[in-house]
Design a protein. Sequence first.
Length: 515
Amino acid sequence: MQAEMAKKLWPERAQPAILHSKFNAFTVMKKPFLFLLPLISLLCSASAQTTLPIVFVTQVPPQGNSETVTSIGNNHLPGVASAPRGGDLMIRYTDGSIRFLTREAGYGRNVPDQGIGAIAVRDPHIHWSGQRILFSMVVNSANPEADRWQLYEATGFEQNGTVQITRVANQPAAFNNIQPCYAPDDRIIYVSDRTLDGTLATWPALDEKGQGRINTGLWSLNPQTGDVFHMEHSPSGSFDPFVDSYGRVLFTRWDHLQRDEKVNSAIAFDYSSESANATYQPGVFSESFPEPLNGSGADLGLRFDLFMPWTVNPDGTELVTLNHVGRHEFSPVALRSRMDSNLTDLDVSPVPTTTIRAGSLMQLTEHNMIKGRIYGTDAIFNGLSAGRIVHILSGTPTVNPSSMRLRLSSGSGILRDPAVITGGKLIVSAANAPLAPNGTTLDLGSASYASEAGAAAVPPVVDPNARLDVMNPFLLRLSTAPASLITNLTFPIVLVPNAVEVTVINHDHNQTQTF
């Protein structure tokens, strides 16, 4: 279904080209604090011709490495520190011209000072007809505590059209709603931190591992009627849903099977019995499953922490990993938990070009011409959710998971947000590899990384002319290359001629510490 409708799409389905902060200058003042971020917008130039327009967003890079808009998990927070204001919803036409759609529609502030009315945008998704764009946006208000990521829809973005942007009706206004996509029946599937009962009594939700802020899974909304239901509940969050060519909702889910890391600091307890008058016993508890995090003797301990591909029907039924695939098919290492048994370690040595292993599979998307070929990011940097681009050779519903194989699409540099566009081109946001503390380039194909993620040795640098310190936000910009099995692939970088450097000032009303 989606494959046929995708042929009608007008813009390409592309993800963020993220703005680069060349110098991380923080100015500390009396409240409110100011984040000073010198930025340069690096986008595609007219020299990179495409047959269809490309929709994407720009984002001001956050300064943290966890719980920000670019993090692997817990990336839904609306605060300025997590999602600095200053980006836009963009479109690039086939002649190379670019429009700031949100700015034209009256959203955002076209001045350095990102005060009331400033915006951050994320997660563009194109309707089957190619005439509507779903995306998430947070707008600065006079009451920053009430600011939330909300769903918006853009129309009129044809080359000579008048763009209009409206907030999606009947969505939960008190919660953060992100990463939307259209369902086949025009419902909207999205990620939210909405509570199960829709009230704020138990908000915010915390993950089951480290007590970080999380989303509560996938939700489905009928904007016309306001009908909303919980498609899938995830104890530690779900991410980036889309409907594939078989009608399945494909997404990434964060799963754990391990004991509570906070059990001691949280003063775990038990009751003396199951009776109604049982006594409360702080510090007295028993937990036998799963194995302890830190073992002793024959007990080696168990830590289970995965980002795997999952599917669910649009009506919320049949929630399973993609074709029931398990971590032993995709993960590079699965260590045994005990020595006094027949258990053995799963430690897969890297096999260069034929099959690889991935530590995580994020930002999933499907090839636009090959049904069931799923691309994603093997994300290794928590602050950026970027790494290598890999693909599942065939994820069609009939494929046995024991036959599913991961292939390396490109391992050069730091990559994220893959999409396959017309002509079989793979488009990504790309950066060159970060620098190690000794000043040398960190090679994603090095032995240490290969042992962790099963990577083939590949050239690490995308753009040798840009030096990025390891503490800098990485420079991500749109880049295209053939969506093939080539492993030693260096992405061509194309920029807007005469790019303009802009300074953005963000007011963090909630900041209480000094940077």
